[in-house]
Design a protein around this ligand. Structure first.
Ligand SMILES: O=C1O[C@H](COP(=O)(O)O)[C@@H](O)[C@H](O)[C@H]1O
Length: 242
């Protein structure tokens, strides 16, 4: 059963998510000496990343022990405005003392997206602790029900033998590279961040136990703890129907 919390504004949500990150990082570092986290891309998490780079959060985290991965990436150069890595770098990674070799971005320099995905699958296998388990994966939710780049009606949804894969998203006319269901499902903790009125319909669908299981996020068989942090706008229809 997921833990679902609704916050009045994105700003309040970001503070709670920053506290969640700090708690989870401290616990992982106490337990294993390292914190392995996969970041979400898109717009929603930017405010969280910016907050983590400031006080009172930044000094509570031992950044030297943080290992950063990405849940998905657009197949664009790393300094492209659409790059998830660029967003995270500008909002957080440039401002904190994570050793560069512990920032494991999805390398989009490969001539084919499949090669970039194969490379990232190897990176995950060789860098994640035994069992390929993330301590925390941050995820978003698209209005069409995608999470990471697990888009509806795409072949990546059936991939279970690799930790990362490439996917062509017809409606975007673009390639993405994403971690796959098995990589997500093994995580110790998953935190979804969803804000904005444009997500209200999909939030209601995804969080209603009786809704048709048509969206990728509904097929996630998470083994660890799952939390949903919603702002009031995103939760508005769900709160009415629950
Ligand atoms: O394209 C993407 O979309 C989702 C949701 O993004 P948001 O801006 O609507 O929050 C995101 O989680 C994913 O990482 C990203 O590549």
């Amino acid at each position: 059963m997921a833990n679902i919390q609704v916050f009045p504004t994105p700003a309040v949500l970001y503070h709670s998510a920053a506290e969640y990150w700090v708690r989870t990082a401290k616990r992982a570092i106490e337990r294993a000496g390292a914190f392995h986290i996969a970041l979400a891309g898109g717009n929603t998490p930017r405010g969280l990343y910016q907050l983590l780079a400031t006080e009172p959060y930044a000094s509570q985290i031992d950044w030297h022990r943080v290992h950063v991965y990405f849940g998905d990436e657009r197949y664009v150069p790393r300094d492209h405005p659409d790059s998830n890595y660029r967003m995270a770098r500008e909002a957080l990674l440039d401002s904190v003392a994570i050793p560069p070799e512990q920032i494991l971005r999805i390398q989009t320099e490969f001539p084919e997206p499949e090669l970039a995905a194969d490379d990232y699958a190897q990176v995950l296998q060789s860098h994640l602790p035994e069992g390929e388990i993330f301590d925390l994966i941050l995820l978003g939710l698209g209005a069409d029900g995608h999470t990471a780049s697990l888009f509806p009606e795409t072949p990546i949804l059936t991939v279970r033998d690799r930790l990362a894969a490439a996917v062509y998203v017809k409606k975007l006319k673009a390639w993405r590279i994403s971690i796959t269901y098995p990589a997500v499902e093994k995580a110790r903790q998953i935190l979804f961040l969803v804000t904005g009125a444009d997500k209200a319909a999909v939030v209601t669908h995804v969080l209603s136990p009786s809704a048709d299981k048509t969206l990728p996020v509904q097929h996630l068989q998470a083994q660890g703890e799952v939390s949903w942090y919603l702002d009031a706008e995103a939760a508005r229809k769900w709160e009415v129907t629950k």
